[in-house]
Ligand binder design. Structure first.
Ligand SMILES: *Cc1c(COP(=O)(O)O)cnc(C)c1O
Length: 360
């Protein structure tokens, strides 16, 4: 019997994954040149479908990297001369912050205790911060920053860049990418694909800044995957280095398939499943909702405090071929994490809740 993965990433694969892989094998994708017309069509197909799915403006570039954490470094190198500012409320947002320090940027942070999130009104941006880094969905704590708050943050900071880590939620958030300068994700979370591909979306203002920094004495924008190099190649649907062609092909197929369903339908279904899971947790004697403020509760990675060691619940569900995530870091033994991605069907969620009830 196959396992059903409710893990936050790598996660349950997209239902048509196997079919798409077979098509890739039939088309001999693994052997084609990344300078060929065949590859350029694959890149273009992927980009066009992502544009529709996530409403990405034509003027923004869409680039492929090795992973999402690579994009943390790219953004900091290409868009920050001196100072960045980070909203930190868990392990991933903290790592983004720490990357900035490692790159010798002057990194500021505003920090929240585990399980709490940010609303626009409480954010205090330091005077000289050039870039504000937000994590739409903090995977380690199950806390989200609502789209409206992120939008307000940008509107009130027009002269600064806003970067959004939407790694474990894209394409679910309805982020206004006309407004937000740059955002990124990887494919092993809500897109239900094997890991090994990061996607970076950036507007022309980001490109201008990186070009300006590149010309300046004493500032380095790096050697690998600089924004000007990625952008120049993207103009002909190519990449500076040999990319993960298979990953790009599969992402294009999944995005196309999601477009057939329609993003509104996918978002509605995600909300509906999240509502059911939270409703169950509200009355469960086994576990409870970890994020107190309903506005900050993630739609795609749901975290619960457990009344017995999380291991006990995780092991019991494993017997039923359902794989849950443990808590992250210090909460490993006291929390479980349940992914609610498009690949986790309503039926799978119902079955999971049934099994959790049996353990009460
Ligand atoms: C998983 C994750 C990352 C890192 O993605 P990689 O593909 O492992 O580089 C970054 N941010 C968040 C919020 C994540 O969930």
């Amino acid at each position: 019997m196959k396992n059903i993965y409710f893990t936050a990433g790598p996660a349950e694969l997209y239902p048509r994954f196997e079919e798409f892989v077979k098509q890739a094998v039939d088309e001999q994708i693994g052997s084609i040149s990344h300078r060929s017309g065949q590859f350029r069509k694959i890149y273009q197909h992927c980009v066009e479908n992502l544009r529709v799915l996530m409403n990405i403006p034509e003027t923004s570039g869409i680039f492929f990297t090795g992973s999402a954490s690579e994009v943390w470094e790219r953004i900091l190198l290409n868009m920050v001369e001196h100072e960045s500012f980070h909203l930190v409320n868990g392990s991933f947002s903290d790592k983004f912050y720490k990357y900035a320090g490692s790159l010798n940027k002057f990194a500021h942070k505003q920090e929240k205790p585990i399980g709490e999130g940010f609303s626009y009104a409480e954010v205090e941006v330091p005077e000289y911060a050039e870039l504000i880094c937000t994590t739409q969905n903090e995977t380690s704590t199950g806390v989200q920053m609502r789209e409206a708050d992120i939008h307000k943050l940008k509107r009130s900071n027009q002269k600064r860049f806003v970067a959004v880590d939407m790694v474990s939620s894209a394409p679910i958030p309805e982020l206004d990418l006309d407004l937000i300068d740059t955002a990124f994700f990887s494919v092993q979370k809500a897109f239900g694909l094997p890991a090994g591909l990061g996607v970076w979306i950036a507007n022309e203002k980001c490109l201008d800044k990186s070009k300006k920094l590149a010309k300046q004495d004493g500032t380095h924008i790096g050697a690998h995957h600089t924004l000007p190099a990625l952008w120049k190649n993207y103009e002909t649907f190519e990449t500076p280095a040999t990319p993960n062609v298979m990953g790009i092909y599969l992402l294009g197929k999944v995005a196309e398939d999601m477009n057939k369903t329609g993003i509104d339908t996918i978002r509605k279904e995600t909300d509906e499943k999240a509502r059911k899971i939270y409703k169950y947790l509200e009355t469960s004697s086994l576990c409870s909702i970890a994020v107190t403020n309903p506005e900050h509760r993630s739609r795609t990675v749901i975290v619960a405090n457990t009344n017995k060691p999380s291991k006990v619940i995780i092991e019991a569900l494993k017997e039923k071929n359902m794989i849950l995530g443990s808590g992250y870091g210090p909460n490993k033994d006291s929390q479980i994490r349940i992914s609610n991605f498009p690949s986790n069907t309503p039926e799978q969620v119902d079955n999971l809740l049934k099994e959790l009830k049996k353990l009460e």
